[in-house]
Design a protein around this ligand. Structure first.
Ligand code: SF4
Ligand code: SF4
Length: 263
């Protein structure tokens, strides 16, 4: 299986998922990018994220490639989360249904790769973090950055060419795929020229400031929402810092030059 076939398989899976699984959530086409498993930035995640952050070789001994993907929600889901300090029901449901989508997508790609003679990981979309530090041992957003999906915003999320209003996932495999070039430019207006800052103003729990991000304050709000939407499943989310912000659906920083070759 080559790069283009993998991109097509992932896109087709996401496109047909609402119909095959009868979800309320709808998604836009995903972005897919690839990192070499031996990219030196993976080792740096032990300093940047956590000393226990995994390496691709911890999942597949002869890992060659990390496939990273971003699955954007349709705009209506983002707009539903504007206003009220607690998450909208549509946002909470989108989180739960996208966790299932990513689990099923990973299982599907794992099987397709197996049919072609390759191994791959099946990593969950979330809930793989340390409960005390709230730090993950496999950060999909940092992995997405390494693979060239985008760059970080002031809100600590990855902004892609299709924005940040969606979910990230990644798959480690021993199939060799040519890596995607990493952008060497800003995707956040504040980081580019000090403007915007809307994500900070929208944070209901003062977890996000220009000085930094208090993940414990953030998680408090996420747990409030989880209690509210317990009947739907585990929705420990908030997302107010993504609601109708300039980086929600696109990279708001205009640049000259070409887009990466991603679908
Ligand atoms: S809302 Fe504005 S300041 Fe915050 S991450 Fe997006 S572009 Fe940057
Ligand atoms: S998810 Fe909510 S609480 Fe956390 S930083 Fe964003 S707006 Fe603040």
């Amino acid at each position: 299986m080559n790069r283009r076939e993998l991109q097509n398989e992932i896109t087709a899976f996401v496109r047909t998922y609402p119909e095959t699984r009868h979800t309320a959530t709808r998604w836009q086409d995903p972005l897919v990018a690839f990192a070499a498993a031996d990219d030196p930035l993976f080792l740096q995640l032990k300093e940047v994220v956590s000393p226990t952050h995994a390496l691709p070789g911890d999942f597949i001994a002869d890992a060659q490639t990390v496939i990273a993907f971003f699955i954007p929600f349709v705009r209506e889901i983002n707009f539903s989360n504007v206003g009220d300090p607690y998450s909208s029901e549509a946002w909470a449901r989108a989180y739960i249904e996208t966790n299932r989508l990513i689990r099923d997508l990973n299982g599907y790609i794992q099987e397709r790769l197996r049919q072609c003679g390759y191994e791959s990981s099946n990593l969950p979309a979330t809930h793989n973090f340390d409960e005390k530090t709230l730090v993950s041992d496999w950060s999909h957003k940092h992995v997405g950055y390494i693979a060239g999906l985008g760059n970080f915003g002031l809100h600590q999320m990855l902004i892609t060419n299709r924005g940040c209003s969606g979910r990230l996932g990644s798959i480690v495999t021993n199939l060799k795929v040519e890596p995607t070039p990493r952008p060497d430019r800003e995707y956040c207006l504040y980081r580019k020229n000090g403007s915007c800052g809307r994500c900070i103003r929208q944070c209901p729990n003062r977890a996000l400031t220009v000085e930094g991000f208090d993940r414990h304050r953030c998680y408090e709000r996420c747990l409030d929402n989880a209690r509210r939407y317990e009947r739907l499943g585990l929705a420990d989310v908030c997302g107010k810092c993504l609601a109708h912000v300039p980086c929600a659906f696109a990279n708001p920083v205009k640049h000259e030059g070409s887009e990466h070759e991603m679908v």
